[in-house]
Design a protein. Sequence first.
Length: 283
Amino acid sequence: MADPQSNAPLRADAGAPTSGVIHVRTRLTADFTVISNAIAQRRGSAVTVGVAAYISSLPDGSPVSIAALCAHFSEGEILISRALRELEAAGYLERRRERTPTGQVRTRTYFYDVPGGGAVADGPPDPPKPPRPRKSPAADPVPTGDQPQNPASLSDADPRAVAVLASLRRVDPRLVLSEREAVRLAPAVAQWLGAGVAPAQITAQLTAGLPDHFLTRPAGILAYRLRETPLPAPPPRPLPESAPRPAVPPFQTCDGCERAFRAHGPGHCRDCRQRAENLPAAA
C-alpha cells in the first residue's frame, strides 16, 4: 500500500515573514558597493536614489556630468539635474568650481557616503561641510567668476549678449525671456563672448538637446547650462595668408646646345651666353 500523499503546502520556516519581501542573501566578494540605508531608503524620487547608488559604485575619476548620466540612464536632462540638486541639497554631493594653473575654470564633483563629508574609515576625518542651500532652477544664479556684476537694467547689459539671448527664440520658440531674465543671464553670455566663442556657437550650446517638455522656466534651463557646461573652445583663428609665389618661367630650348632651360623667351642658355662672351673679338 502506497504512502498517503498530501496536497497541503509545506509550512513556512519558523520566523519567516508571512508577507512582504524575503531576502535570499548571497555573500559577495567582488564587484559590489556598500551604501548607507539613508540613501537606499531615501523617501522621494526613485531617480535620486538610483543616481546616488550609481555614482557610489563608480571609481574615482569617472565622469558624472549631466551628459554622462543621461547617456547611462533613460531619464532626460531635467530629471537627472533635479536628482543631482536634491543630492547636493542633502549634502551627499558637492560641486566646486576650481581654477587650474593655466587659468581655466573646471567643475569637480565630490560624493560623500555621509552627508556633509563624513570620516573615512582608514584615514583622518575631513572637516564637515554644511550643505549649500539650493534654489529652484529658475532662481539659480548666473555663473560667477571673472564675469562682470549683474547689470541693473537691460540698457546696462552687454548688447552683444542681449542679442544672443534674444535670438534663441528663433531656434526654439519656447525660449522667450523676460527683460529681468535677460539681464540676469547676460553677464554669463558676455563671459563666453569675451573668451572668443562665436554667437552661433553659444546658441548651439544653449539650444542643443532640449527636453520636449519644460518643467521650469526656460531661463532656469539656460542658467543651468551656462553654469555647468564647460566653456566651449573658440573657433580656430584663420592662418595668415602667405605671400603669393612668383611665377616660374617656362622651359625653352637653347638655340646653341639645344639644352632645356627656363626663360621668358627663346634664346641661349647661360653656359652658351658665357662662352659667347669669352670668345675673342674677330680681327
